[in-house]
Write a protein that binds this ligand. Structure first.
Ligand code: ADP
Length: 182
């Protein structure tokens, strides 16, 4: 199963992806986590990604492709995975289709977690990661609306998208997602 968790920053993709990966026994790929690890380890990709991540901009598609290809080459991705934070642009969606079709796989479902902007800002300010300062959060939300949200229409057109209310307890949201998958 290839599941894409979709939604604005702070909707809870990472939290839900981790729970689902555990419950379903599949791999979890968070491009945000992958970039933070690369930055910490000062890899070549990390050095390029740093200024984008720090300012809340999208890392260029070719750099994203490198980190995703590397991650998805791993054994644990052979049969399926949960993607969190990828794809975020149409070019990334096309790259994903290419990667998957080369393995004889395709996206099973795209789950769109929905949370209003003010709730998102409140959650992220509380989380307090380095890029969770109000001006950077607002920038990430603008980038989401401009560059990532158009994918909603793309995946709706493919019949893959289901929206889920992301407001509520973590468990409650998780039950909503699981209900869609069963
Ligand atoms: P959030 O969803 O809260 O913004 P992430 O950990 O998913 O947090 O992403 C953090 C940052 O990593 C983004 O603001 C962006 O700079 C970079 N990033 C993550 N995934 C992608 C991607 N698919 N394309 C471009 N940049 C990405």
């Amino acid at each position: 199963m290839i599941l894409v968790l979709f939604g604005a920053p702070g909707v809870g993709k990472g939290t839900q992806a981790a729970i689902l990966a555990e419950k379903l026994g599949v791999a979890h790929l968070s491009t945000g986590d992958a970039f933070r690890a690369a930055i910490k380890n000062q890899t070549e990709v990390g050095m390029v990604a740093k200024e984008y991540v720090d300012s809340g901009k999208l890392v260029p598609d070719d750099v994203v492709a490198r980190i995703v290809e590397e991650a998805m080459g791993g054994e644990q991705f052979a049969t399926g995975c949960i993607l969190d934070g990828f794809p975020r642009t149409r070019a990334q969606a096309d790259a994903l289709d290419g990667l998957l079709s080369a393995k004889g796989l395709s996206i099973s479902k795209v789950i769109n977690l929905e949370v209003d902007d003010e709730t998102i800002i409140g959650r992220l300010l509380q989380r307090g990661r380095a890029d969770d300062q109000e001006d950077i959060i607002r920038n990430r939300l603008n980038v989401y609306n401009a560059e990532t949200a158009p994918l909603l229409e793309y995946y709706t057109g493919k019949g893959l998208l289901t929206s889920v209310n992301g407001i509520g307890e973590v468990d409650e949201v998780n039950q909503r997602v699981l209900a869609i998958l069963s």
